[in-house]
Design a binder for this molecule. Sequence first.
Ligand code: ATP
Ligand code: MG
Length: 228
Amino acid sequence: MLKLKNIEKAYNELWVLKDLSMEVKKEEIVCIIGPSGCGKSTLLNICSGIIKPTKGIIINNSSNISYVFQEDRLLPWKNVYDNIHIVNEQGSRDECMHLIKMVGLEGFEKHYPIQLSGGMRQRCSIARAFYYNADLLLMDEPLKSLDYSLRINMIKHIINLWENTKKNIMYVTHEIDEALLLGDRIFILSNRPSKILKEIKINIDKNKRSLTDSFLVDIRTQIIDLLD
Ligand SMILES: Nc1ncnc2c1ncn2[C@@H]1O[C@H](COP(=O)(O)OP(=O)(O)OP(=O)(O)O)[C@@H](O)[C@H]1O
Ligand SMILES: [Mg+2]
């Protein structure tokens, strides 16, 4: 679906990505974890085509890409409903309202971005990304402004949305728990210039995962050791 081969990226003298190869397969959620500034957003920007790699090849068979940016990019002059509906104007009102409800913004559909908290704006961006008719979804720390319980709740919704749509997702996060609950595979990146330290596969049904499960606790420890 999306394949990166030997990707390297430098901004002038600053080498950010070093010989990175990875793949997002059909109906798969791939999570990327790495230290701040290691090049995760750069990687998503390369996948989306916003920026070009310095070296390497990208093979992208997706017809459309949806992108939840690290900062929400809502239109300030449109309300919640219109911010979502605008990306798929042929889409149904019911589906748009269903997504608004799923991300917990029911009752706020007529609010403008300035009237929302950071977390609410972020949730609006997530609903918008799922409303857009794309088969590849790039998500850059989409839950970063949410408290723990809301984050766990949103993860359940993302799993539901993924099950209904089976979009291929590349999901960047700093939170190991998000990757453990969502990822079919997790890539751990090193400090800049960033390379893949480890690829971890999780073969457990996303609806049956528990963070206290010994297998996930083990993986969690491995990731913490690698990031240390
Ligand atoms: N357009 C740009 N021009 C020059 N340098 C850039 C540009 N974009 C990013 N960088 C640099 O590249 C490095 C990686 O940035 P990037 O935003 O990809 O990191 P990140 O892993 O997403 O960090 P964070 O976890 O803090 O979001 C940083 O050192 C940053 O200063
Ligand atoms: Mg980033």
